[in-house]
Design a protein around this ligand. Structure first.
Ligand code: AMP
Length: 190
């Protein structure tokens, strides 16, 4: 069983690579951003709560995210493992994830971090904004906030896994298939 944290700033290509990985390894894709967008679209209470944070590019409070992830893990009993995409985004979330997994006798196999320079991220997010209908992809101020939140609050999560000897960095710029094969080489080494 593989339980992989796919890590990187907004626009790093986590969603694109996750789609390919779940197909190759028959994993469950657990994207907290996608789950929140689903709640938002369905107008649930959780969606309403998350909306104001998401639209500003700020993080939804830890306890809300953690509860949502725990529900998803508990309902995905028959799986070969998980790709965590956009989660954990704080050290508190990473600690909570370790606890949740250990209840099921599971653990994180490793974190794969996509390395992409800031100017490339900005270009990619704006390009995606033309078709994604995401309010947070379309305005410079929101994009700036998301990158700042990533640097201030999310980057320490890489240190958390590094301290456990579980961090591998991958160059996230170039051909999608080349990046994918670099990622699969890491996974196949677990
Ligand atoms: P994403 O699609 O991963 O870029 O997430 C879009 C937005 O959803 C983020 O800017 C946050 O507002 C919220 N979000 C997604 N995942 C998390 C998380 N793990 N912790 C807090 N907020 C999150």
């Amino acid at each position: 069983m593989y339980n992989i944290v796919l890590f990187g700033p907004p626009g790093a290509g986590k969603g694109t690579q996750s789609e390919k990985l779940i197909e190759k390894y028959s994993l469950t894709h657990l994207s907290t951003g996608d789950l929140f967008r689903k709640h938002l679209g369905e107008g649930t209470e959780l969606g309403k709560l998350a909306k104001k944070y998401m639209n500003e590019g700020r993080l939804v409070p830890d306890e809300v995210v953690i509860g949502m992830v725990e529900d998803k893990i508990n309902e995905s009993t028959n799986t070969n493992g998980f790709i965590f995409d956009g989660f954990p985004r704080t050290t508190a979330q990473a600690e909570a994830l370790d606890k949740m997994l250990s209840k099921h006798n599971l653990q994180i196999s490793g974190m794969i971090a996509l390395d992409v320079p800031e100017e490339v991220l900005r270009l990619r997010i704006k390009e995606r904004g033309k078709t994604s209908n995401r309010a947070d992809d379309q305005d410079d101020e929101k994009i700036n906030t998301r990158i700042k939140v990533y640097l201030d609050e999310t980057l320490p999560v890489a240190d958390y896994y590094d301290a456990q000897g579980k961090l591998q960095k991958i160059n996230g710029v170039g051909e999608i298939d080349k990046i994918f094969s670099d990622i699969t080489a890491v996974i196949d080494s677990y």
